[in-house]
Design a protein around this ligand. Structure first.
Ligand code: UGY
Ligand code: MN
Length: 249
């Protein structure tokens, strides 16, 4: 028997784990016939927002970005996307980067289509750097490159590594038993969603079992380490703020 008084979710000063059992829906203007779960945002202490949205067959996400850019990733299902003058049929693994001041519209074509989104207030870069392109449509494929020389870890980089971009989104694959080579201690923040598998995350010297569907927030300097376990590789997609001066300008 499941006991409804228990959850693996935690919300701490510098990290959080949000498992789907704790979801409570939010209404987002322009997002219809869907359930939107805001798993990370400023109210928590984060400087970005992470939303997991599940659409009905007639679900629609329609709006326009203003100060914040949005990265959308299709977790499952099918939808049709229009953004910045381009359009595309999307299924699992497709992603769309929508820069600031750009209209977007996603229409579900399957009940249960699920979309992850990362939202960040864009920090423009003075000094002649070009801004991000109008819109990016692409698809994650394969496992990516070996990470820091370890074949048990693979990293796929989804957005161009160029100064125009102040966010990175990567997919990290760990074979069972693979682990981060050291405890990371860094100024960059993370938001993360498990796409597959399970393992143990160490956050700020506390140890958490995590699995597919869980989201994690790591504030700047939240110490972090992960090892994968179980019968299949563990895979997570994560956000990181990058390419900007580390002081307030
Ligand atoms: O890019 C990163 O900082 C990454 N290695 N961190 C993480 O997976 N927790
Ligand atoms: Mn990290």
């Amino acid at each position: 028997m499941e006991i409804s008084a228990l959850t693996r979710s935690v919300t701490k000063r510098n990290h959080a784990i949000i498992s789907p059992d704790g979801y409570v829906n939010s209404n987002i203007p322009g997002w219809k016939h869907c359930t939107a779960n805001v798993v990370i945002n400023e109210a928590m202490g984060a400087k970005f927002c992470q939303i997991i949205t599940t659409l009905n067959k007639d679900g629609e996400l329609k709006g326009e970005t203003h100060a914040a850019e949005i990265f959308f990733y299709v977790i499952k299902g099918k939808c049709h996307a229009n953004a910045g003058g381009g359009e595309k049929e999307l299924s699992r693994g497709h992603y769309v980067y929508v820069p600031v001041e750009t209209a977007y519209q996603f229409n579900s074509e399957e009940d249960g289509t699920q979309v992850l989104s990362f939202h960040k207030v864009y920090e423009s870069l003075p000094g002649g750097y070009s801004p991000p392109p109008p819109v990016i449509f692409d698809k994650a494929s394969g496992d990516g490159e070996k990470y820091l020389g370890d074949p048990a870890l693979r990293m796929q980089i989804l957005l161009p590594d160029k100064p125009a971009f102040d966010m990175a989104v990567n997919i990290f694959t760990y074979d069972s038993g693979g682990h981060l080579p050291f405890v990371e201690t860094h100024v960059m923040e993370h938001g993360l969603l498990y796409l597959q598998g399970q393992g143990i995350y160490m956050l700020d010297h506390e140890w958490y079992p995590v699995k597919t569907g869980d989201s994690i927030w790591m504030a700047p300097y939240c110490q972090q380490w992960f090892t994968a376990m179980g019968k299949e590789p563990a895979v997570y997609i994560y956000y990181k703020n990058v390419n900007r001066f580390p002081t307030i300008q």
